[in-house]
Design a protein around this ligand. Structure first.
Ligand code: KG4
Ligand code: ZN
Length: 351
C-alpha cells in the first residue's frame, strides 16, 4: 500500500492532508458543534436549540442559557464527533467562539474546548462570532474568497465590514444602538408573536408593505452607521397609540411595513458601502437576520441591477451553528491565531 492509500484507508471521511477542526459554539441560545474539513467541507453538525425554553420569557434568559449549555455540551460534541466518524487523533485543532456573546454562555463552550485541548494536546483556536457568521458562506460557495464586503445582521450586531483576507476585517459601519434583529424581536414581541421575533415577523409579513409608515433613521455626517432605536421606538409608539385609541392593528400589514423599513435601511447602507469602498467586489450577507425573505429578495434585485455579485448564506447556516465556527476556525488556525489555556471569553469585542 502506498502512502496515499494508507492514509485514505485509515480515515474513511478524511481527505489526505485535510485539516479537520472540531468547532464549538455556545454564545447565545444554541449549543452547537461541528467537524469541518479545510474550512469548506462540513463533516458533521449537531445543535441543541434552547428556543422552547426561552420562548415563554419572550427572549433569551442568560442564566437559563448558561445552564442549558452546560447540560447539552458534552452530548452535542459527542454527536458531532460520532457523525463525522473520526477520532480526536484525526483532528488538527479545536475551534470555539470566544467573543462576543453572553459571557456565561460563552464560558461553557470555551471551558469545554479548553478541557478537550488539555486532554488531547490539540491547539485551541478562539473564533470571533461575527467573523464566523461571514465564514458560513465558505461552506456553501467553494469559490468565494476575500476580498469582499459583508453585511452582518444578527440579534446583537449590525455591521458592514470589508473582508480583505480571511482574518482581516475592516469595520465600515456598525449600529450606534440596537441591532436589526433586536429591532425586529422587540416589535414582534409587542405584537404578541413568539420568540425569535424576527423569524415570526417575517412569516407574518404577508400584508401591505405600505400600510404603516415608519420614519427613516438618519445620522448626521458622512456615515453608513446604523441606528435602529428610533425605528423600534416608532413601532412601539404606533402600537401603543392604536391600543389607547382602541384601533385594531392588522398584524400582517404591520409586519410587512416594519420589515420593509428595516430591510430597506440595511440594503441601502450595504449598497452604499459597496459603491463607496469596493472595486467590483462581491457582497456577502451574514447573520440570523439575513434569513429574512424580504431582505434576500431586495438584495438580490438591487445587486442584479447594480451588477454586483451577491452571496446569500444558506438558510440553515444563517443562525448560530458550529459549522461556521469551524469554517472561520480553519482560517484562524492557518493564520496562527492559537490561544493558550488562559484565553478568556469576552462579551463584547471588536471584529
Ligand atoms: O445570528 P443569530 O442567530 O444570533 C446572534 O448572533 O444574534 O441571529 C438571531 C437574530 C434574532 O434577532 C432573530 O429574530 C433573527 O436573527 N432572525 C430573523 C429571521 N430569522 C432569525 N430576522 C428576520 N427574519 C428572519 N427570517
Ligand atoms: Zn450569531
Amino acid at each position: 500500500m502506498n502512502e496515499q492509500e494508507l492514509c485514505c484507508a485509515r480515515m474513511s471521511k478524511k481527505i489526505c492532508a485535510a485539516k479537520q477542526i472540531l468547532a464549538i459554539e455556545s454564545s447565545c441560545d444554541e449549543t452547537a458543534a461541528a467537524v469541518v474539513a479545510d474550512g469548506r467541507r462540513l463533516l458533521s453538525s449537531a445543535v441543541a436549540s434552547q428556543i422552547d425554553a426561552h420562548q415563554r420569557f419572550g427572549g433569551v434568559v442568560p442564566e437559563i442559557a448558561s445552564r442549558m449549555h452546560t447540560e447539552a455540551i458534552a452530548l452535542v460534541v459527542t454527536q458531532a464527533m460520532e457523525e463525522a466518524d473520526i477520532d480526536y487523533s484525526d483532528l488538527d485543532a479545536v475551534a470555539v467562539t470566544a467573543a462576543p456573546g453572553l459571557i456565561g454562555a460563552l464560558l461553557v463552550g470555551l471551558n469545554f474546548a479548553k478541557g478537550l485541548c488539555m486532554a488531547t494536546g490539540l491547539p485551541l483556536v478562539p473564533v470571533h462570532h461575527l467573523r464566523a457568521h461571514v465564514a458560513a458562506n465558505y461552506l456553501t460557495y467553494p469559490d468565494l474568497e476575500p476580498p469582499f464586503i459583508a453585511l452582518i445582521a444578527s440579534g446583537g450586531h449590525s455591521h458592514i465590514v470589508r473582508v480583505s483576507d480571511y482574518t482581516h476585517f475592516q469595520v465600515l459601519a456598525l449600529t450606534r444602538d440596537d441591532a436589526a434583529g433586536e429591532a425586529m424581536d422587540k416589535i414582534a414581541r409587542a405584537l404578541g408573536l413568539p420568540y425569535p421575533g424576527g423569524l415570526h415577523m417575517d412569516r407574518a409579513a404577508t400584508g401591505d408593505r405600505g400600510a404603516y409608515k415608519f420614519p427613516r433613521p438618519r445620522l448626521s455626517g458622512d456615515t453608513l452607521d446604523f441606528s435602529f432605536s428610533g425605528l423600534k421606538t416608532a413601532g412601539l409608539n404606533l402600537l401603543n397609540n392604536c391600543k389607547q385609541k382602541g384601533v385594531t392593528v392588522n398584524t400582517q400589514d404591520f409586519c410587512a411595513s416594519y420589515r420593509e423599513s428595516v430591510c430597506a435601511y440595511l440594503a441601502d447602507h450595504a449598497m452604499a458601502a459597496a459603491e463607496k469602498y469596493s472595486a467590483n467586489e462581491p457582497l456577502v450577507l451574514a447573520g440570523g437576520v439575513c434569513a429574512n425573505s424580504r431582505l434576500r429578495e431586495m438584495m438580490t434585485e438591487r445587486c442584479t441591477a447594480a451588477g454586483i455579485e451577491l452571496f446569500l448564506p444558506e438558510l440553515a447556516l444563517c443562525g448560530d451553528n458550529g459549522a461556521m465556527i469551524g469554517a472561520q476556525g480553519y482560517y484562524e488556525f492557518l493564520a496562527g491565531n492559537i490561544a493558550g489555556l488562559d484565553c478568556n471569553a469576552r462579551a463584547s469585542s471588536g471584529i
